[in-house]
Design a protein around this ligand. Structure first.
Ligand code: COA
Length: 258
């Protein structure tokens, strides 16, 4: 049975981590399947936006402790690199990705969520980086991305203490953008995804890359990247059609995404 599943609804792809019996803990096979699904989505021009969630009561309760317990140092480094490669791919993936966090997002689960472009949570979501309690460091980007999202001081405290926080606190520190009742959260994720999917996709993808790349480099290089992206949009039919429709006071019937 697949540990990671892809379902398509219109232009939105829903990825579900599906190991509910171990609270969707990420093992090598799940990481491999996630990577394979990203391959499928990348070659499918009909999927504009991705949502990622977990089956059952957890989003992802971390990397698979049962698999890691007997790792050698070399095994652990390879596992960390494998996870980091997949999660880095998500940050660079040419579609926006929304994390719909339905329950525990601990360790690797929090790191998976942090690799998405937008995070929303249900009232049952819980977040934390418990690794130091297991005698390890975060290994899928947690020492790097948490500080970039919530600030160095809050991130350092959370990673050093391993404290679990609830969805309300995650909202307060900016780890999630929105908090919804459990029964509504996935619908809200689809609403958000559909809004993004209804826009001009060349522009959407350029925005993601500009934000992602721009926040990693110096401001003048980042602004040069933004100017490139802005210029590129002016070679699309969508820019011409949209601006002309505005000037003609007409309603655009839809984007061509080219
Ligand atoms: N790796 C492997 N198995 C895990 C897991 C993980 N990260 N997280 C949960 N599981 C398994 C449990 O071993 C248990 O399996 P079992 O039914 O065969 O005993 C099952 O998932 C359900 O978990 P359980 O602990 O019984 O649920 P709970 O509601 O009492 O507690 C958590 C939930 C999330 C608080 C608890 O499972 C937990 O602390 N998990 C580990 C979180 C963690 O440290 N993650 C970082 C790893 S680096």
């Amino acid at each position: 049975m697949a540990l990671v599943e892809l379902e398509q609804r219109g232009h939105v792809g829903l990825i579900t981590i599906n190991r509910p019996e171990v609270l969707n803990a990420l093992n090598v096979q799940a990481l491999r399947e996630l990577d394979d699904i990203l391959d499928r989505v990348e070659s499918d021009e009909e999927i504009y936006v991705l949502i990622i969630t977990g089956a059952g009561r957890a989003f992802v309760a971390g990397a698979d402790i049962g698999e890691m317990v007997d790792f050698t140092a070399a095994d652990a480094k390879t596992f960390s690199r494998r996870g980091n490669n997949v999660l880095l791919r998500m940050t660079r993936f040419p579609r926006p990705i929304i994390a719909a966090i339905n329950g525990y997002a601990l360790g690797g689960g929090c790191e998976l969520a942090m690799s998405c472009d937008i995070r929303i949570g249900s009232e049952h979501a819980k977040f934390g980086m418990p690794e130091v309690g297991l005698g390890i460091t975060p290994g899928f980007g947690g020492t790097q991305r948490l500080a970039r999202i919530v600030g160095m001081s809050t991130a350092t405290e959370l990673v050093l203490t391993g404290r679990t926080i609830d969805a309300q606190e995650a909202l307060q520190i900016g780890l999630i953008n929105h908090l919804y009742p459990a029964g509504e959260m996935l619908d809200r994720a689809f609403e958000l995804a559909q809004i993004i999917a209804s826009k001009a996709q060349v522009a959407v993808r350029q925005v993601k890359q500009a934000i992602r790349i721009g926040t990693q480099i110096d401001m003048s290089s980042a602004l040069a990247f933004e100017s490139e992206a802005f210029g590129l949009c002016f070679s699309t039919e969508d820019q011409k059609d949209s601006m002309q429709a505005f000037l003609n006071k007409e309603q655009l019937s839809g984007y061509k995404n080219r």
